[in-house]
Design a protein around this ligand. Structure first.
Ligand SMILES: [Zn+2]
Length: 267
């Protein structure tokens, strides 16, 4: 899933827990997707959680990075753990892949307009990303406070919080805190003004599709991409069925994942 969906699910989870938390946990919760927008990280590196002893206790907010991976697993596979066997995109049973199948005709239309041919497996893969993009746009259409929450949480971070974030992530990803700090600005560089929500969820996200298909970010391609997102969002306007289920599943398995143990996921 992408940022808006992750933020919504976390907000709903927090409503049901009595624990105290700092607002910057929303930033931790989107790290696996935001860092790879820079050249310095790839999604494979950020979608694994493996910590040296003691780190989880010293950097407790890393729990919310792990929560992201649990949600990703649920939306790809329908369970909080990644299955042991490797599944092809067509075999994955989570919401994004099931919904993605419904979006394939839209994707095919788009591909014929931009003269791209995709094999069947790539269609299943790209259509799951299209689901994630369409869900984020659908959430934006009904509730802009979700995206505003993430922006406010990012904007409110003090220097001490930023240092804690960079140091904790440096341990998690076995790199320097400076590298994390450089990559922090990647979303703004990639998308532009993160407070311009309509631009972010349409034009910005159109670039994600273009990048996946190896197409240039021309004005014409971006317009076609935004039209694709708008069409697909008609199929994801009932996203709450999914986000509610995800919340329940994450809460029901809290004892299983609320610890420093390793976990694997994928973007
Ligand atoms: Zn992710």
């Amino acid at each position: 899933m992408l940022t808006n969906c992750h933020t919504l699910i976390l907000r709903e989870i927090l409503k049901e827990t009595s624990q105290e938390y700092d607002s910057d946990i929303y930033v931790y919760n989107v790290v696996p997707d935001s860092l790879p927008l820079s050249e310095e990280f790839n999604a494979k590196e950020t979608h694994r959680f493996e910590l040296p002893k003691g780190a989880y206790e010293n950097y407790p907010k890393l729990k919310w990075v792990k929560c992201h991976l649990i949600v990703d697993n649920f939306c790809h596979y329908g369970s909080i753990n990644k299955p042991a066997e490797t599944l092809s995109p067509e075999e994955k049973k989570g919401y994004t892949y099931r919904k993605g199948k419904e979006l394939i005709p839209f994707l095919e239309d788009f591909c014929s307009q931009v003269n791209v041919e995709l094999d069947s497996s790539t269609k299943f893969y790209v259509s799951h990303i299209l689901t994630e993009i369409a869900v984020d746009y659908s959430i934006y259409l009904v509730d802009q406070s979700v995206a505003n929450l993430l922006n406010a949480s990012r904007d409110a971070m003090r220097e001490s919080h930023i240092n804690e974030l960079c140091e904790g992530l440096a341990i998690l990803y076995a790199c320097s805190p400076e590298k994390v700090n450089r990559a922090r600005s990647a979303p703004r560089k990639f998308y532009g003004d993160l407070h311009d929500l309509k631009f972010l969820f349409l034009d910005g996200r159109a670039k994600i599709i273009l990048r996946k298909l190896g197409l240039e970010f021309s004005e014409e391609n971006i317009i076609l991409g935004t039209k694709l997102i708008e069409s697909c969002s008609g199929k994801t306007k009932n996203f709450e069925e999914f986000t509610e289920n995800a919340k329940k599943e994450i809460l029901a398995h809290e004892k299983q994942w609320d610890n420093g143990e390793s976990i694997l996921s994928e973007s």
